[in-house]
Design a protein around this ligand. Structure first.
Ligand code: ADP
Ligand code: C5P
Ligand code: MG
Length: 219
């Protein structure tokens, strides 16, 4: 695992992100909240109205799980079902690659919504060691939503999502992971004055109205 990270750090040819960061540093908003809080839903709406690219860590991990020949497929599948957080060496490389590809295709696309990351201390440390100086984290957009609402939304989504973790057993584990591992990360950013909180228990449109006022203010 460590090899992946150190391999990246020590590579001789400066990475695209490094070179781009010298010109226009990627601007990042971390999007956090419990499972089913509406992160993906709101990110889609943000992308329609603002010049952001949405990267969901969960979506990237599911794509890697499905990729033929992936050496991490099995591991990712079991972590997702158990509601555990995949080792960051895997996730950060998927995020870095996705950011690089986006910028490579269009250099004006340097604003990113990174959804579902960093979800624990390991995620945060991985980000800091790989991305430090290469991207600016503007703030954390926090979708605050009670556990029961989160569970109900995921169970409803589970009727058609085909997700292996939208069931009651996995959801109880996901909520525990959220409370034990993700909330402390949000609290760390809170202490830095970097959290923008939205009451996510309301309707999609009401939540989005608050999101818009935050993004309009932040510029
Ligand atoms: P997350 O990415 O945070 O897990 P999603 O955006 O996928 O959450 O939303 C989870 C489920 O809840 C989806 O089925 C979505 O359609 C629904 N949903 C999202 N936001 C709301 C909302 N504000 N009110 C009711 N249902 C919502
Ligand atoms: O954000 P989403 O609900 O799509 O995440 C689904 C699952 O993907 C998480 O419960 C977790 O198992 C995995 N994941 C992860 N690390 C992240 C984001 C998601 O391990 N940073
Ligand atoms: Mg999601």
């Amino acid at each position: 695992m460590i090899g992946l990270l150190s391999g990246y750090v020590s590579q001789r040819v400066p990475s695209l992100l490094y070179r781009v960061s010298l010109i226009m540093k990627p601007q990042v908003v971390f999007v956090l909240g419990g499972p089913g809080a509406g992160k993906g839903t709101q990110c889609s709406k943000i992308v329609e109205a603002y010049n952001y690219t949405h990267l969901s860590a969960g979506d990237l991990l599911r794509a890697e799980r499905a990729r033929e020949g992936s050496e991490f497929g099995q591991l990712i599948a079991s972590y997702i079902k158990e509601g555990k957080i995949v080792p960051v060496e895997i996730t950060i490389n998927l995020l870095r690659k996705a950011m690089e590809e986006t910028i490579e295709n269009d250099e004006k696309k340097f604003r990113f919504l990174i959804d579902g990351f960093p979800r624990n201390e390991d995620n945060l440390q991985g980000w800091n060691s790989v991305m430090d100086g290469k991207a600016d984290v503007k703030f954390v957009l926090f979708f605050d939503c009670g556990d029961e609402v989160c569970i109900d939304r995921c169970l409803e989504r589970g009727k058609s999502s085909g997700r292996t973790d939208d069931n009651r057993e996995s959801l109880e584990k996901r909520i525990q992971t959220y409370l034990q591992s993700t909330r402390p990360i949000i609290e760390q950013y809170e202490k830095l004055g970097k959290v923008r909180t939205v009451d996510a228990s309301r309707s999609v449109d009401e939540v989005f109205a608050d999101v818009k006022s935050i993004l309009d203010k932040e510029g």
